[in-house]
Design a binder for this molecule. Structure first.
Ligand SMILES: [Ca+2]
Ligand SMILES: [Ca+2]
Length: 319
């Protein structure tokens, strides 16, 4: 479960300023910033107490996941103070330590009593990523039946913390030997409500980005196709589409064929010209009519050959 020390939030969103919390495992955060993209607020003053419960020897074990507060001399601007006490509520004691800056605080050996109190204060300017603390309630060994023994520190934790996706023992022994399902759902459970909200926001943003990208690409393809057709001299209306473009192209090709047929006598080139060049010497040696020796290739366009032959008399005819 995640709790926050941002007094600008409502308690319904996990804010626990001036409150006491008793839980086997919890995260205490400066504010909602799991992705480290939002600084904590200015002018915060929040005090939160953790209660390890009535069982003899019950203590909280603390572990900083990250820590980043504005640095200042003697931590006078922004700071986090930690107290411990055997009585309910902070009663004017000196803190165990005051923390600021970006180095993860060394909190080994604290707290040593049932109650641990956090006091978070910020000034009017300059923020940071804040902090995120994993607090685990531990009991002395030997353990109760429904507890798990962390051998590394010889303390006991609630059995429900075994294979829940979050390492609680110093050697992570509570996350070893887990089933496949526990390994799949454990990290999801460990995200907590705020973590799941963050993941949901990322998924929505990702899907939105993909949809926008697809729309932009589709529009660009259509626009590029129109520009390409216009550059070839075709007339395309915005609503014509590919089918109309094909019709226009086919019509244009047909017109070219008809024009070529009309202009064929004047545009006699390629293989036809080659036949005429070779036919002239033959005509000089023999007065045989040219149509009798036309090759099959030339026969495809007999009219053109006849017309060109009449305009270009053979040397024999000139003599
Ligand atoms: Ca500050
Ligand atoms: Ca665990």
């Amino acid at each position: 479960m995640d709790y926050y020390m941002d007094d600008s939030w409502s308690s319904s969103f996990g804010q626990r300023c001036d409150m006491s919390i008793e839980d086997d495992s919890l995260y205490l955060n400066s504010h909602l910033n799991h992705l480290k993209i939002v600084d904590y607020s200015d002018n915060i003053l929040c005090v939160t107490q953790l209660d390890a419960g009535k069982r003899i020897g019950a203590l909280y074990k603390l572990k900083f996941k990250y820590f980043d507060l504005e640095s200042s001399l003697n931590c006078t601007n922004d700071f986090l103070e930690i107290y411990d006490s055997d009585v309910d509520g902070m009663t004017g004691k000196e803190p165990i330590r005051r923390f600021c800056g970006s180095d993860a605080p060394n909190i080994s050996g604290i707290p040593t009593q049932r109650y641990v109190v956090f006091r978070f204060k910020t000034d009017y300017t300059i923020g940071g990523d804040g902090f995120r603390i994993l607090a685990t309630r531990t009991l002395p060994y030997p353990c109760f039946d429904d507890y798990f023994h962390c051998k590394a520190e010889n303390r006991c934790i609630d059995g429900r913390l075994k294979c829940d996706g979050t390492p609680h023992c110093d050697d992570d022994a509570d996350e070893e030997g887990c089933s496949v399902l526990e390994k799949i759902f454990g990290p999801i459970i460990a995200l907590g409500v705020s973590g799941l909200i963050g993941v949901g926001i990322l998924i929505v943003l990702g899907c939105t980005g993909i949809c926008v990208g697809v729309c932009v690409c589709t529009c660009c393809r259509k626009r590029c196709a129109r520009l390409c057709c216009r550059s070839r001299g075709n007339v395309v209306t915005p609503s014509s589409g590919d089918e109309l473009v094909a019709k226009k192209t086919a019509k244009t090709d047909q017109s070219v064929v008809e024009e070529s047929a009309l202009e064929a006598p004047e545009r006699f080139d390629g293989p036809m010209s080659l036949v005429l060049v070779m036919a002239d010497p033959t005509a000089a040696r023999s007065p045989t009519p040219p149509n009798d020796n036309i090759s099959p290739v030339v026969g495809q366009r007999p009219t053109s050959v006849t017309a060109r032959s009449e305009r270009s008399p053979t040397p024999a005819a000139q003599q």
